[in-house]
Design a protein around this ligand. Structure first.
Ligand SMILES: [Zn+2]
Length: 87
């Protein structure tokens, strides 16, 4: 069974814009992963079966509904990781 957490995709999509707004945030792979993980641990997961095209529009709706709170969480995550980098 191939499942994926759709929220992961949403968070990764948002990350780029958030990183640009945080001055001095490290953008290496390790820090990016930490920011995504930190955020995903604080939102409800939304598991979907890979390549299920017909529910895509419903997912887009979820994305728009949650975008603001995800951006806020990601901004916080970026600051946490910036202050406590793992490297
Ligand atoms: Zn880094």
């Amino acid at each position: 069974m191939v499942m994926k957490n759709y929220m992961e995709e949403v968070v990764v999509d948002e990350l780029e814009g958030v990183l640009k707004s945080i001055e001095g945030a490290c953008t290496c792979e390790l820090c990016r992963e930490d920011m995504v993980a930190w955020t995903l641990n604080r939102i409800e997961p939304l598991y979907v079966v890979r390549n299920l095209g017909r529910i895509y529009s419903k997912l887009e709706q979820v994305k728009y509904q949650q975008q603001a709170s995800i951006t806020a969480l990601l901004t916080k995550a970026a600051k946490v990781v910036k202050d406590n980098p793992r490297h």
